[in-house]
Design a protein around this ligand. Structure first.
Ligand code: IPT
Length: 984
């Protein structure tokens, strides 16, 4: 008997949805199904008190109805709302369980004919963001709550030849208090809508336990039927590929089965058949466990190299079309990512199907976050209020019941940032009573009283190192402390990939590799949540505050390894290097190889080498090695490297996989760049012999304004950079809460003024002549200055500039940090860069792990690493460069004498716009090439860190104010003499 509600659920009712059917596992069935996605009629009202009459437009389902790209059709009669972004803040008064009166409503309607309406059927919604009221043919079916969770209604007896389905979505309700994730507020029907016939005697649900035991697969299938079968009829259960049949409810050994793992995701087709219906499931055999404090799957330790993945699409909002989900998982596989935390809600079920197939370890997280209560000291937090317990239990139930049969799910997560309280225990109890085959995770439970693994976010590597060996500070409660000390440890979030970053990934991976207690972790985050807006110039990307939101968190939501369009950012390539399945290091003439694979041998990968010098590739070939067993290691001999050459070793994939072609380069390492310009200079273009007479300095400032025929402008010393997103925040490890950007600003490094002290010309006509320039440079309003000594000499046909920079005056210890010591200038015309150094991608002292030594080239426009909010980006580690601009060419050798250490990392940055333009732009599309080539040559520079969330720049990568010595050697190739050798 279906009991249908008389009224829609009150919007301030904190309880679970009403009128819905219990959630069951997702599978494929041979029962009739109708997909109701497509174009629906739509209209929007600012609130239910001001509901519109008439004026229907149309909107796609699934999608978030507020997306700007839906403007054209959405609402010819008016508005359809706008996205709004807050990180933690509720965008309305915190007055639980009441939502505000300003509560937009999206009304959806869809008419659909049925030639042969099934008498019994279920209407399934994959997700409705907001609070939905659902009516079919005028009958109220019920109300939805729990935006990223499935909802189903029994519509038996209601279907006709012509049907009208109506869904009214209120943006806010009591349930909104449970959904305060760091993302845009994006109401709408966000996942597919399906009508499914339910034959009498069909399958209601199937619970599969497919375990991997020391003696092989063990399968228990518990089907739940819709009604008792006729006497004598049976449920047939079989694994098609193995010809195995099993009896319902009886654990059955499946001897021929192979185990499932993320490295080798073997799936089988399970069929459950009654006379009325056959349902098909993909299953995999695997067992998750914790043994002696170590997280294991199938009896061996597993290390998670993961990312946090939100669901976002720049045009459709919370709906990600299947082809995009597929493409992004293939991209993750190509970049050596083996795990995903579904931050912070259960994903579209398609994601889990693909994760089963392609092989990912998945932390399935419940749709629960109440972060905004943290802003008010957790007063009134639903996690600690019994009124919310039924809704929280219901959310757990719906996630577990939907996803219980997926082998990829290896941990359940209660949610994110929802504080503590009695409902944590209630949720944990709900999980365990439904499925005890996966450990529980919840970072909010720091005593780990209710969970099975200890989880933290953004902990400093030093702290992780303590936890790794079990010497973390004790909890007050001895029993809890002992329990937690025996748990594996995971970083559910670390390394905030916002803007140019994250720096310091290697430090974490080294710890994960070394200590079995550490399960690894999940980068924050996979994806940027940019929103596309169409303009006459094409689509542009927008972030928080761009839609007039009075309260917003700006570009905090633009913090991913890939853009919203799924364009990989440079740091994804670096991540792939850090996460590589084989850790390969060159040590003199030897190569150390350590497998990070937990379940498979290394035969999917091969090694090859290449020897290259300034003239090109000299030699290449395979490096043969027998396959390593899981976590095995070996040391191999390398071919001899000639003195002026670079040896690169690549790990390549053998054969094709679902995600990459054979030969795909999985990771690469190299020896260092050979020393000396002669070894670094590529190509035989002759140089024009320069003398000191070619060095034209401005007599008023000492700045270079012409070198031979080359006009140079904006010549200056630089100590700062346009702040990266990380530079704008103080690292969690800083004692003083001042970001680097604030320190640089207090010192006026963005506005340096130079005073010429002297220009001395010493026997400039002779072979040992020199021009010595002294300037003093500092920011306004402070007495922290640097003394710069510029010494110009003619050497080997070029001009050598030795630069000595020394702090003078008062540099307060806490502010005395620089971004760089570099020389900036600009050249007329658009440019192209060739360089010897590390590449092809950008590199900073603590980022750029994928950049290996060699020779590289690209047009200046192509070398821009574009970020949604402009900032320092795209520097190339270089010790020899050739910049061609406006028909002229400049070559420079860069060498830093001191200080030694990771900050000694000479680099070049080339841009088609000025540093001032970069400072001024708030969005990438505001950067317009100005026809010049803007160059910065760095002698030293600071790392980028991950201060937006987590530690700042680690000590070794900080650049404290200190004496710096280096040289730049300039050449101007002679275009008129194309065949000759160098004139020296
Ligand atoms: C952490 C959140 O869990 C995550 O959703 C995201 O908001 C991230 O911060 C910042 O981008 S919570 C924070 C207090 C570390």
């Amino acid at each position: 008997m279906i009991v249908r509600p008389e009224q829609p659920q009150a919007r301030d009712d904190p309880g679970p949805p009403i009128g819905t059917a219990p959630t069951v596992a997702s599978w494929t069935t041979d029962a009739a199904e109708w997909n109701l996605d497509g174009t629906w009629e739509f209209r929007w009202s600012p609130s239910s008190a001001h509901q519109r009459e008439g004026g229907w437009g149309s909107i796609p389902v699934p999608a978030s109805f507020v997306m700007p790209s839906l403007d054209r059709d959405a609402a010819p009669a008016g508005d359809h709302g706008r996205p709004a972004y807050t990180n933690k803040w509720y965008p309305f008064p915190i007055d639980p369980p009441r939502p505000p009166d300003e509560n937009p409503v999206g009304e959806y309607r869809r008419r659909f004919p049925l030639a042969d309406p099934p008498p019994r059927a279920e209407l399934r919604f994959g997700g409705i963001e907001g609070a939905g009221e659902v009516r079919l043919n005028g009958v109220l079916l019920g109300s939805t709550r729990g935006s990223r969770l499935p909802m189903a209604f029994d519509v038996s007896g209601l279907l006709e030849g012509e049907n009208l389905l109506e869904v009214r979505v209120h943006q806010f309700s009591a349930a909104t208090y449970l959904e305060d994730q760091d993302a845009w507020w994006l109401p709408g029907i966000i996942r597919s809508v399906v009508l499914r016939a339910r034959p009498v005697g069909g399958v209601r649900d199937v619970r599969v336990r497919a375990e991997w035991t020391p003696s092989g697969g063990m399968l228990t299938v518990m089907p739940e039927l819709d009604s008792a079968l006729e006497p004598g009829a049976e449920v047939a259960i079989e694994i098609a590929e193995l010809g195995t049949t099993v009896r319902a409810g009886h654990p059955t050994p499946v001897r021929d089965a192979l185990p499932w793992s993320a490295e080798d995701p073997v799936l089988y087709t399970l069929r459950v058949r009654t006379p009325a219906e056959t349902v098909t499931h993909r299953i995999g055999f695997r067992t998750v466990g914790i043994v002696d404090g170590v997280f294991q799957v199938n009896g061996v330790p597993v290390s998670l190299r993961g990312v946090n993945r939100h669901e976002h699409h720049p045009r459709l909002g919370r709906h990600v079309p299947p082809e995009v989900v597929t493409a992004e998982l293939l991209m993750m596989k190509r970049h050596n990512i083996n795990a995903v935390r579904t931050s912070h809600y259960p994903p579209d079920p398609l994601f889990l199907d693909l994760a089963d197939r392609l092989g990912f370890w998945v932390v399935d997280e419940c749709d629960v976050e109440t972060h905004g209560f943290g802003e008010i000291d957790w007063r009134g937090n639903p996690m600690d209020d019994p009124r919310w317990e039924p809704a929280l239990r219901d959310r757990v139930a719906r996630m577990v019941e939907r996803d219980k049969n997926h082998p990829c799910v290896i941990l359940w997560s209660l949610g994110n940032e929802a504080g503590e309280g009695g409902n944590v225990a209630a949720m944990a109890d709900e999980f365990r009573s439904r499925d005890d085959s996966r450990p529980l995770h919840y970072e909010g439970d720091q005593s780990s009283a209710h969970v099975d693994v200890w989880s933290r976010m953004y902990a400093h590597p030093d702290e992780v190192a303590e936890i790794a060996i079990g010497v973390e500070p004790a909890l007050a409660d001895d029993a809890l402390d002992a329990r937690r000390r025996a748990m594996p440890f995971v970083l559910c979030e670390y390394a905030h990939a916002m803007g140019t970053g994250p720096g310091g990934l290697t430090e974490y991976q080294d710890l994960f590799d070394a200590h079995p207690r550490l399960m690894g972790g999940f980068i924050w985050e996979w994806l940027e949540h940019g929103v596309q807006v169409d303009t006459d110039q094409g689509p542009v990307t927008r972030y928080g505050g761009d839609f007039g939101e009075p309260l917003h968190d700006s570009n905090d939501v633009i913090d991913g390894l890939v853009s919203a369009e799924r364009r990989p950012r440079a740091q994804l390539t670096d991540l792939a290097q850090v996460f590589a399945p084989l850790r390969v290091t060159i040590d003199g003439a030897r190569l150390h190889v350590v497998s990070r694979l937990d379940h498979t041998d290394s035969s999917r990968y091969a090694l090859r080498y290449r020897i290259e010098d300034a003239a090109g590739v000299r030699d290449s070939g395979p490096i043969t090695a027998p396959p390593l067993p899981p976590r095995g290691r070996t040391t191999l001999d390398l071919p001899q490297v000639p003195p002026l050459a670079v040896l690169t070793v690549e790990v390549v994939q053998v054969g094709e996989t679902a995600w990459a072609p054979g030969g795909w380069v999985v990771s690469r390492v190299s020896t260092a760049v050979p020393a000396g310009i002669a070894a670094q200079r590529r190509g035989a273009a002759p140089v024009r012999r320069l003398t000191l007479a070619d060095v034209d300095l401005d007599p008023a400032t000492g700045a270079l304004r012409r070198l031979g025929d080359l006009e140079v402008t904006d010549w200056r010393v630089m100590l700062d950079r346009v702040p990266t997103d990380n530079d704008r925040h103080a690292g969690w490890d800083e004692i003083l809460e001042f970001s680097y950007a604030e320190r640089w600003r207090l010192l006026g490094l963005h506005d340096l003024r130079s005073r010429l002290v002297s220009i001395e010309r010493v026997s400039v006509d002779g072979p040992d002549g020199e021009i010595r320039v002294r300037t003093v440079v500092g920011g306004p309003a402070v007495d922290a200055r640097v003394s710069c000594r510029w010494r110009w000499r003619a050497v080997d046909g070029g001009i050598r500039l030795d630069l000595a920079v020394d702090p003078e005056g008062h540099w307060p210890a806490w502010t005395a940090h620089w971004a760089r010591v570099g020389v900036g200038f600009s050249l007329p015309g658009e440019g192209r860069l060739e360089w010897c150094g590390r590449g092809p991608g950008p590199a900073y002292p603590d980022l750029g792990q994928a950049a290996t030594a060699g020779w590289f080239a690209g047009a200046v426009a192509e070398l821009q690493e574009r970020t949604v909010r402009p900032q320092e980006a795209g520097a190339r580690a270089a010790s020899w460069v050739r910049v061609a601009a406006g028909g002229q060419t400049l070559e420079v050798g860069l060498d830093t004498a001191s200080p030694r250490g990771p900050v000694n990392d000479p680099a070049i940055t080339v841009r088609p716009w000025s540093e001032a333009a970069l400072w001024a732009a708030a969005h990438d599309d505001e950067l317009i090439p100005d026809g010049r080539t803007h160059v910065v040559l760095d002698l030293v520079r600071a790392g980028v860190g991950t201060a937006r969330c987590g530690p700042g720049v680690l000590p070794a990568y900080r650049l404290e104010a200190q004496p710096v010595r280096g040289s730049l050697v300039f050449f101007t190739p002679d275009a008129s003499d194309a065949n000759g050798d160098r004139h020296d």
